[in-house]
Every structure is written in C-alpha cells, then in structure tokens.
Write a protein that binds this ligand. Sequence first.
Ligand code: CS2
Ligand code: MG
Length: 408
Amino acid sequence: MKIVAADVIVSSPDRNFVTLKITTADGITGLGDGTLNGRELSVASYLRDHVVPLLLGRDAHRIEDAWQFLYRSAYWRRGPVTMAAIAAVDVALWDIKAKAAGMPLYQLLGGASRTGIMAYGHASGRDVPELFDSIRAHLELGFRSIRVQTSVPGINAVYGVAAQSGDGKRYDYEPAQRIPLPAEEDWDSRAYLRHLPGVFEAVRGEFGPELPLLHDAHHRLTPIQAARLGKALEPYDLFWLEDCTPAENQEALRLVRQHTTTPLAIGEVFNTVWDYQTLIREQLIDYVRSAVTHTGGITAMRKLLDFAAQYQIKSGIHGPTDISPVGMAAALHLDLAIHNFGIQEYMRHGALTDEVFRQSFTFTDGYLHPGDQPGIGVELDEQAAARFPYQPAYLPFNRLKDGTVHDW
Ligand code: CS2
Ligand code: MG
C-alpha cells in the first residue's frame, strides 16, 4: 500500500496543533498528532523538511520498519521533537492499517480488555470553596476521578488553577498563552508544602474517602521536599501524586520512595522507554504518564507499557488539551486494549477544535471509549483547519523570590 502523499497541517483553532495526514495509492488516509506545546513549528519542520521525503513511495503496512528507519537513520535519537515527529508517522500508519482492515485500532491491538476507560478531570480553585464548586461541577459532568489543583497563599500564579486574576479567563484549559514571550510566574515550595495537605484534608472532609483524587506537583520540588509532601498526603489516600520532582535524575525517586507510600506518576515530559529504565526496574513509580504523541507513537508506547507491566506499573496517559484529538484517540485505543491500564487524563478540547477534528470517541458516566469506527476514529476538516492559522504561543516559566529560574 504505497504512500503517495504526506501533508503537515498546522492549525490553531483553540490552540496550535500539528497534524500529519498520510495518503496511500488506495486512497486511504491516516492522521497522526505531532503537537509539542510551545515548540510546534519545530516538529512541523522536522516532518515537512526531513521526514515527508522519506515516506513517499514506502509501503504503509510496514509500521515497525518505518519506526526503526526513522529512529535509527536520523542518527540523532530521542528528544521531544524527534519522538513527536516519529509518533505522528506511527499513529497515521496505524490509522491506515486499521482502516484497511476495516476495524477500530483497538481490535488490531488485541481487542478490548475492558468496557470503558476511567478518566480523570481537572478541578481547581483559588480557595477551598471555589475548589469544592469545581469538584462538584466535574462530578456533574460525570467524572468519577478528580485531579485537585489549588492556589497557594503568597504565590501569585500556580499551575493548573482555572481563574487566577478574576478576568474570567479559564487558565488551566490552556497553559500556553498567545503572547510574544513566555509569561513569568512565581514559586515558593515551602508555602506550597505548608498549604496543600490542609486542602486535601478539606476535600476528603467534604467528599468522603472513596473519590479517587489526583494531584500534579508539576516538577517543582526537590527530592526531599517531594518525600515530605508524599508523606503529608498519605492520610488522604491519593490515587497518585504526579511529577513530584524533576526526574531527569531517575535515582532521585529512591529518596522519595524511602519516605512515602503515596502512589507516584511520572513521565509526561519523557520521550522514550530509556527515560524510565531505573524508575520501572526499581519499582520507583506506579504510573507511566507518557503521551502517545510525545513517546514515538503506538509502536513505542505499547513496548513501554509492556515493560512496565512486568513490574505491575500501570498506564496514566497524558491527556491535556495540547494533545490533539488525534493523539487523544490513539491513546484511547491503547487504553482499551492493554491489560495494565490505570487511568486516562481527559481535558475537554474547545468548540473550535471540534470543528477541525471530527471525533468518534465518547465520554459517558466517567468512562471514555474510542468508538468503533475503522481506524482511530478522527477525521480532519482541512478547510476548517485553514481558517485558523498558527499563532505564536508560549508556556509560562517560573522565578523564585530571589529571581532564580525554577521549574514551571
Ligand atoms: C500537565 C499538562 O496535564 C498535565 O498533567 O502537566 O497540562 C502540562 O502542563 C502541559 O501539557 C504542558 O504543555
Ligand atoms: Mg502533569
């Protein structure tokens, strides 16, 4: 099944997306997501200028061979740009293969291992009453698992809190802002460590012991601070504490593990299985947070999750709005098929995005399902996409009180 065309479509309905559309001589098309928040054009160029010429004329059925060719022939391996580009090709080829087979992708991946995919939603508040309202709103939407993010007294802007400055802008729905330079935010780990346990005590008091609660520390603590936070949150029985400390130094998690049994989730900024070797082999995490879009696609993610399964480590696939509906759909097919499924993040895309990407996945009573369309179940409206040209946007960055740059 010869590849006769490969188009890179950059559009910006509610936010920037990079989509690869591969077309075969049989007229079958496949879509892949190559969106890398705040660095979108680098992946678009990697695809357009370096990868597309390599795809034309190839047999679309040979997915593993294409993966290995793109990874090894580049010589320069790994990294967010390379792995997002390879992911876009990989998912597009799996979409084509499933369409050619006339079945939804999860069937090709071994069929359904469950009836639905437990999803968690993002609740947040500047104070406890606002947080309670946000949790109630998410429960009314049907979510049965809730991520809790909150403002911290003494810090002006904190990741993941919806309305920060009273201007009504929904902050956590799109951290990347369409501004010429990254916004500077502030951070204070000691203020955060003092404040957060009390918030979880209040949430458990109000919503009881059963509701699965998650929290994202967003890479901001030192290992010993992360250990302290994990311990302080133990009484509130979190489903997971995410990105408690930057994990380039995987061994840092040994110190955290020594001090707490709070389950740990890490990996959304990772790009290959090698970023996890020590974490998985030494049982230092409980959930793999990678996104299909940022980790080399379905082919690589399945191998990573198979490796994790040997250690009873489960999936917790990254699903913010900067993963396009194509990347989200690919994740859902994997979520439905694998055995070691844990939970799926779900941030609802905006209405303009829905105009550009027609999706067949559903969210019902707290569970996602990829649908049963042949392929991954997402189609791109190129005319609609053309109405929303790329707009420069940047993620914020942090400085400490003394001006030191800190993890955002
Ligand atoms: C976050 C992301 O959803 C999450 O867990 O860590 O929203 C993250 O901030 C964005 O993907 C960055 O682009
Ligand atoms: Mg996160």
